[in-house]
Design a protein around this ligand. Structure first.
Ligand code: G3I
Ligand code: 9MR
Length: 564
């Protein structure tokens, strides 16, 4: 394979900042010497030696590290090992992740329900509208005296959840909260960032325009009669692999749940804070959000543990609902998140004091059933203004956030891929790529708390992971990198007849549980990924996986711009 492309050289396939760490991982036997050459003239510009071997604990496979951090000249290059081959091309430049950051938020535009996507914004992926959701039926599981089963309500807009066309409040909650937190953490950068969506010319930052598409939908999921929130807006069963406009199956709002109410309470409380600054452009929006939040909270107070159990639901009601369940069985953390956001927005301590913010020592990384840390991040964001019990608790919350970050980074330099992600097999769950992104966010939160740049460098190792420095050799973001998913489990990407999938979408990632029973070439934790549309357990895309990627990529870009 001398002089050919080698897929055994694993690196961030987009590139590196001039001043950042630059690492490639070699996964095959090879000579020790490597060099960097320009892509155009094949001019050798730097040479170095590989590290000693490191062992992947999951598989006993061996890696070696090519570290070329000290090479800082801007340009487009490849890494060469004589006798093995050359790497995919990569750039060294400032703003090197701006494109993937914008691409991954632009993906949310492509995920919009109830609207056509025009050529101006969607290019060759333009499509007609699907799922107007202006005539949605109240499912028997959601019936009340004011809204009997079969009542027609309107619940348009929102983002499709994932590869499927349904809209789930719980998963929308963490997604929207993550994007609003990106805005609150990097307001200056996000005020200026724009990526060609229909609203780009208005006075609102594109990020908040995009979020509003979903927020407006979320507000329709609240029953104005009692403040309760439907768990999801969905077909009874999954649509086929067709374009949005093809589907005509009835849509339902299904059972109210405490998780949905509290997630909506958290998001709308945060949104009220954020959109308050745009009262002139969106009169009444911040007020409506706050009212929705308080009403949802009060519903939850009266209905503190209405869990969503789809099997139980199907034992009592027709039609049976077999789409995504998002059936969280413990809503303590949803209480914490909603309480934190409501307290921070209203400054009323009753919300904070209604929950125990430090019930135990656990620090579960954010995921759709685990939102405790979203509350901690928000408290950290406003730590200077805390009062009462919140002020008293905060030093402990800060300590735990930093401890969790420090635990994540302690061993990274000796790891076979030198990334925060994948140090333990437990990282490789359904949607494992969102684990990598959320670890990165946690580290950026640690940076915000300490201004210690090492946390940003370690966060960057996980962006490197997602963009190619991993055991599969894929850059997991469609359209960004050289070897990217071509067959994600995503209905429009599969059904539109266009070779390239919709760009900017993050595949779920390695998942050795392989619940889809597709044909995988490896069952090892860090390799159990297959670029096949069949594979919803490793190759689906989802808004709650894209959102932390958006945060991580923009966060790192924003901090790089601050002179890192
Ligand atoms: O939490 C356990 C962990 O302790 C254990 O080690 C691990 C071993 O497999 O399993 C973990 O639970 C898994 C959980 O995801 C992790 O978040 C469950 O087994 C797994 O079944 C569960 O999968 C969820 C999947 O729906 C099936 O319900 C995914 O989180 C969730 O992202 C996914 O969401 C779907 C929607 O239902 C429908 N729309 C598409 C969307 C994305 O695939
Ligand atoms: O497309 C569905 C995907 O969004 C879900 O994550 C997945 C698991 O719930 O289910 C997918 O739908 C499949 C269904 O479960 C079984 N029949 C085939 C469907 C499409 O592959």
């Amino acid at each position: 394979a001398q002089d050919g492309l080698s897929t055994d050289i694993r690196l961030n396939q987009t590139g590196f900042y001039p001043a950042s760490q630059k690492v490639a991982v070699i996964t095959a036997e090879s000579p020790t010497e490597f060099y960097i050459e320009t892509v155009g003239e094949k001019k050798k510009v730097w040479e170095g030696k590989l590290s000693d071997y490191r062992t992947v604990t999951f598989s006993n496979k061996k890696t070696r590290i090519a570290d070329f951090t000290s090479f800082q000249n801007e340009g487009t290059y490849r890494l060469v090992i004589k006798g093995l081959g050359y790497s995919y091309p990569f750039a060294i430049q400032n703003n090197v992740h701006e494109a993937v950051a914008k691409g991954s938020i632009k993906a949310f535009y492509f995920m919009r329900a109830s609207t056509a996507l025009s050529k101006t914004y969607a290019d060759k992926w333009a499509r007609t509208a699907g799922h107007p959701d202006t005539k949605v039926l109240v499912h028997p599981s959601a019936a009340s005296t004011q809204r009997k089963a079969g009542t027609v309500i309107s619940s348009p807009r929102g983002w499709y959840d994932a590869g499927d066309y349904n809209k789930y409040v719980v998963n929308s909650g963490i997604t929207t909260g993550t994007l609003l937190s990106l805005y609150e953490d990097f307001p200056q950068y996000m005020n200026a960032a724009s990526w060609n969506i229909p609203e780009s010319k208005n006075a609102i930052p594109d990020l908040l325009d995009e979020v509003l598409w979903n927020l407006r939908w979320m507000l329709t999921m609240q029953d104005p009669n009692d403040g309760g929130v439907y768990h999801k807006c969905t077909n009874a069963k999954f649509d086929g692999m067709v374009m949005p406009e093809v589907t005509k199956d009835p849509r339902y709002v299904v059972q109210k749940s405490t998780a949905a109410a509290l997630d909506l309470a958290a998001v709308t409380a945060q949104a009220s804070r954020v959109y308050r600054k745009f009262d002139k452009e969106f009169p009444g929006l911040a007020d409506s959000c706050l009212k929705a939040s308080i009403n949802a909270w009060q519903w939850a107070v009266k209905n503190p543990d209405v869990l969503y159990d789809q099997n139980k639901l199907n034992a009592s009601f027709e039609p049976k609902i077999t789409t995504g369940a998002y059936g969280d069985r413990d809503v303590k953390d949803e209480w914490m998140w909603a309480a934190a956001e409501l307290y921070l927005t209203t400054h009323e301590e009753i919300y904070y004091n209604a929950v125990t913010m430090l019930p135990d020592e656990k620090m579960p990384l954010p995921s759709w059933p685990q939102v405790r840390l979203l509350g901690y991040y928000s408290l950290a964001r406003f730590s200077d203004a805390l009062t009462g019990k919140a002020k008293e608790d905060f030093p402990e919350i800060k300590k735990r956030l930093l401890q969790t970050g420090d635990d994540l980074i302690r061993q990274v330099d000796t790891q076979p891929y030198q990334t925060v992600m994948g140090q333990t097999a437990k990282d490789f769950i359904w949607g494992s790529n969102s684990v990598a992104a959320n670890q990165g966010i946690l580290l950026l939160q640690c940076y915000r708390l300490t201004k210690d740049k090492k946390y940003v460098s370690y966060a960057l190792t996980n962006l490197d992971y997602l963009l190619g420095r991993n055991a599969t050799g894929y850059s997991f973001v469609t359209g960004f990198g050289s070897k990217t998913p071509m067959h994600p489990h995503h209905r429009p990407s599969e059904a539109d007849g266009i070779v390239e999938p919709i760009p900017g979408l993050l595949a779920g990632g390695p998942n050795p549980s392989m619940q889809d029973k597709c044909q995988y070439s490896s069952a090892l934790p860090d390799e159990a990924y297959v670029d096949d549309v069949c594979s919803y357990a490793s190759n689906e895309i989802a808004i709650n996986w894209n959102a932390p990627l958006v945060y991580l990529a923009f966060g790192i870009e924003a901090l790089a711009g601050e002179g890192r």
